[in-house]
Each structure stands twice: as structure tokens, then as C-alpha cells.
Design a protein around this ligand. Structure first.
Ligand code: ZN
Ligand code: ZN
Length: 174
């Protein structure tokens, strides 16, 4: 999945939580619940067959860094601006932020693992195996895969774009 896909699902989880979670729950509890739901959303979304662009996480090239800035940084900036304008520092802003952070966490975690952080923790390795397992749809032919082994972006990835549009529409209309 490209990062903006997970970011969008995080936004949707955060907005849904403002409707679904009881107002009587303290905000910090809601933030934790939404963060966990965001993490779960990450694995669920990874289970859906999806493509990636070429990205070298072990030694990111200038091109990889540019992709990441556009894929991760730009949507975060746009969501942050919309949230601050619409909700200020109110509960929806916190819940959307929690949803996004949770939804990105597994990839951030594995990104750190690739660079050697926590690499010998058995729990970290178990997470990585599980996380890779959600990519059951990766090509077996290495020539058809990205350098990290994933499916390449293709027309079927239009669904990722639909999730992005849906999240933006929800956020703006909310
Ligand atoms: Zn993926
Ligand atoms: Zn992932």
C-alpha cells in the first residue's frame, strides 16, 4: 500500500470514532482506542491486494525520499490544515491524528526494523513475519515485484485512490 492509503483509512477511523464512541469516555481513552483501531486497519488494508511504488527502505535514494515526502508528508500536511481550520485542537483533530498514527505505525515500525533498530527482538521479528504475511498477494516472480518484494502499482490500485477521495470527502463534509 502506498502511505496515503493508510493515512486515508486512519482519517476514516478517526471520523467514525467521533460518531461511534460514547462522549462519556475521556478523550485520552478515545485516543488510545482509535490508535489501536488504526493499527488493526493497517493490517486489514494490507490484506487487500495492492501495489507499491519502488521504494528502497534500506538505503533510500533521493527519488525514494521524494516519493515518501509526497506520499506521506503532503497528505499529512493537508489533513492537518483541514483539521486545524475545522476543529482547532478539538476532539476530532485528536481522533483523526490518533487514527493516522495507528494506521502508519506498522510501516514505521518495519521501516525502523529494516534499518536495524530492535532487529533482534523476537517480538519485533514476530510482528514483521505477521506483517509480511498480510502481503500474501506479493508476486512470486521477483521480476514482477518492487525491490522490497511487493506488487507494483497497477490499474487495480484505483481502489487506493477511491479510499483517498472518500477520506477527504468525509473530512471536509464532517
Ligand atoms: Zn503493501
Ligand atoms: Zn504494511
Amino acid at each position: 500500500m502506498i502511505a496515503v492509503g493508510h493515512t486515508s483509512v486512519g482519517v476514516i477511523v478517526g471520523i467514525a470514532a467521533t460518531q461511534l464512541l460514547p462522549d462519556s469516555w475521556p478523550l485520552y481513552v478515545q485516543v488510545v482506542v482509535v490508535g489501536l483501531a488504526g493499527v488493526v486497519s493497517h493490517y486489514l488494508m494490507d490484506l487487500v491486494p495492492h501495489g507499491h511504488y519502488d521504494f528502497n527502505g534500506a538505503s533510500p535514494t533521493a527519488k525514494s525520499q521524494l516519493y515518501l515526502a509526497i506520499d506521506l508528508g503532503l497528505p499529512l500536511l493537508i489533513v492537518a490544515v483541514i483539521c486545524v481550520i475545522k476543529f482547532g485542537l478539538g476532539a476530532p483533530s485528536w481522533l483523526v491524528a490518533a487514527g493516522i498514527i495507528g494506521a502508519q505505525l506498522p510501516d514505521v515500525f518495519d521501516g525502523l526494523l529494516y534499518r536495524g533498530f530492535m532487529a533482534n527482538l523476537s517480538l519485533a521479528q514476530a510482528e514483521q513475519r505477521f506483517h509480511l504475511g498480510t502481503h500474501w498477494h506479493n508476486p512470486t516472480d521477483k521480476n514482477k515485484a518492487t525491490p522490497q518484494g511487493g506488487r507494483r502499482l497497477g490499474f487495480s490500485d484505483i481502489w487506493q485512490a477511491i479510499v483517498v477521495v472518500l477520506a477527504l470527502a468525509l473530512l471536509i463534509r464532517f
